[in-house]
Design a protein around this ligand. Structure first.
Ligand code: GLV
Length: 320
């Protein structure tokens, strides 16, 4: 009997090849859309393994019904979409894809930060609308980067890579993290501070924490009020780390200068307040979206799943 695995959405071919070369019968969601909970269960029924995405909710109820699964490989570094403890209780290993998307995520964060400071989306919309009638001394004035302070909340792999990018722009770095980060401190002259200090001193705040119960709404109205009126908030981590309602209010009332967001609280729903705010640059969760990175993520998820199907501990296990 062949090992059977379900892949919840079309992914780069390289990942499927790894599964097939390992002798598995692979079924891929034929439609290029997120499956409903019911459809996902139908797809997984009787399968030995699942390769899923951050858009699939794998909760306790799902795991109870799909307890035949011998492994779940998430094609993402964040795994807040999976109840990994409930999976562990059932002896089901879960893996993620750390490391391979660090540079792509940091690049996108940096692009979003610059786009937000220099009002790129607003300026392009203006040009496309035919409103550009010539250079203007006060046209789309934004904020400078050199000499400004970058506050990194969450100094893991991606937060560190963002810090590295800031050096080309001669920015100062402060950060918060449960652990000290020697790259930021020793190579980039960064300083570890308390969250309130970071909020008060930063000109740009960038979020790189995983979404957990502790980090949900880490940035809410209290934190936004502590930020400088001239400061920008950048989020490429997970939407619920920011209280979106509070952010809309802060942007509307001018409590902060702008926000660059690649992630949202209730994706794919976007708060209508954000859509109508010119000071918000909004992207459709494309942090890791490069051909090379998504290929590496698919390969890594597939290799983890192959290990789990052989009864081995996957190289990137997050729960057992
Ligand atoms: C993307 O958001 C990821 O977690 O990989």
């Amino acid at each position: 009997m062949k090992t059977t695995v379900f892949v919840s959405r079309k992914i780069p071919r390289a990942g499927i090849d790894i599964l097939e070369e390992a002798g598995m019968a692979v079924e891929v969601n034929p439609e290029d859309r997120v499956l409903t909970a019911e459809e996902l269960m139908v797809g997984c029924r009787g399968k030995d393994g699942l390769l899923c995405l951050l858009t699939d909710t794998i909760d306790r109820a799902f795991l109870k019904k799909m307890s035949q699964l011998k492994g779940i490989a998430n094609m993402a570094v964040g795994y807040n979409n999976i109840d990994v403890n409930a999976a562990a209780e059932r002896g089901i290993p879960v893996s993620n894809t750390p490391g391979v998307l660090t540079e792509a995520a940091a690049d996108l964060t940096w692009a979003l930060l610059v786009a937000t400071a220099r009002r790129l989306s607003e300026a392009e919309r203006y040009l496309r609308a035919g409103e550009f009638t010539g250079w203007g001394p006060l046209l789309f004035l934004g904020g400078d980067l050199p000499g400004r302070t970058l506050g990194i909340i969450g100094a893991g792999r991606i937060g560190t890579a963002v810090g590295v990018r800031s050096q080309g722009f001669r920015m100062k770095i402060i950060y918060t993290d449960p652990n000290r980060n020697m790259v930021l401190e020793e190579e980039l002259d960064g300083r570890r501070v308390e969250l309130d200090t970071l909020l008060a001193q930063s000109d740009f705040i960038t979020l790189h924490v995983p979404l957990t119960e502790e980090t949900r709404h880490l940035i809410g109205s209290r934190e936004l009020r502590r930020m400088k009126k001239t400061a920008y908030l950048i989020n490429t981590s997970r939407g619920p780390v920011v209280d979106e309602e509070a952010l809309v209010e802060a942007l509307q009332s001018g409590e902060i200068a702008g926000a660059g967001l690649d992630v949202f609280e209730k994706e794919p729903h976007i708060h209508p307040g954000l859509l109508s705010l010119p000071s918000a640059v909004l992207l459709p969760h494309i942090g890791s979206a490069t051909i090379e990175t998504r290929t590496r993520m698919a390969e890594m998820a597939a290799r983890n799943l192959v290990a789990m199907m052989k009864g081995e501990r996957p190289p990137d296990c997050v729960n057992l």
